[in-house]
Design a protein around this ligand. Structure first.
Ligand code: DX5
Ligand code: ZN
Length: 220
């Protein structure tokens, strides 16, 4: 058994058939449902808001892993927690008072995550690591599915895993962007716990085999 988790991203699903997409993730054995919220400001694209989370919540008991790619996430957190988000991850690059926002997410009853884009060094979140449920390492520049992994991000995962071991911390390391059966093994070897996958999952003819292959497990 692999302890690596997968989090298929509904960004690559047909938005008009979201309940089917959620069922597909469940049937295929996805561990979390990754929900990419984009505001057209922090990233160019607009996706959806807290109502989508509330609607998905009615169709699944899986953890909803909400990834906020938005400016001023502090103004949105409460809505998403009330809608049923299990994890709330915001971008370090979008806030000044990251520490305060982490405390606020916990106070509201969700698990806090921080994400960093490829140009942000791992060290920039070292002060925050003891308070985090997860670090979401962007392995592409956020905004679109279907991009190629930025290779230098593998080293960033290694650094975070080394820091976690050195300080005996327990946060998850998740990676997001360009994850497929070819790129996943180096990310897992570097210390990744959670593989977010959008296009590789939703474009597959056999999504459950795809998740096993991404986790590096033999496909029967
Ligand atoms: C990108 C999003 C990702 C996206 C990944 O900005 O944060 O979650 O869905 O898509 P793939 O797996 O296609 O790179
Ligand atoms: Zn994402």
């Amino acid at each position: 058994m692999s302890s690596v988790r997968t989090a298929p991203s509904i960004l690559s699903a047909d938005f008009s058939q979201m309940a089917d997409a959620v069922k597909l993730i469940e049937r295929a054995g996805g561990d979390w449902i990754h929900v990419d919220v984009m505001d057209g400001q922090f990233v160019p694209v607009i996706t959806f808001g807290d109502k989508m989370v509330a609607d998905i919540r009615r169709h699944s008991k899986l953890p909803l892993d909400v990834h906020l790619m938005v400016e001023t996430p502090e103004s949105q957190i409460e809505r998403f927690v009330r809608a049923g988000a299990t994890h709330i991850t915001f971008h370090l690059e979008a806030v000044v008072h990251a520490h305060r926002l982490i405390q606020e997410i916990v106070r509201l009853g969700a698990k806090p995550g921080i994400s960093i884009v490829p140009s942000t060094p791992a060290e920039s979140i070292y002060e925050l690591l003891p308070d985090l449920f997860q670090v979401l390492v962007m392995t592409v520049n956020p905004g679109f599915g279907g991009q190629k992994l930025v290779p230098s991000c593998v080293r960033k995962v290694e650094k975070l895993a080394a820091e976690r071991a050195k300080r005996d911390l327990g946060f998850f390391i998740a990676v997001d962007g360009g994850v497929n059966r070819t790129t996943a093994s180096a990310l897992v070897a570097a210390g990744t716990d959670v593989l977010v996958t959008g296009s590789a999952f939703f474009s597959s003819d056999d999504p459950s085999a795809e998740l096993l292959a991404i986790k590096g497990m033999a496909v029967a």
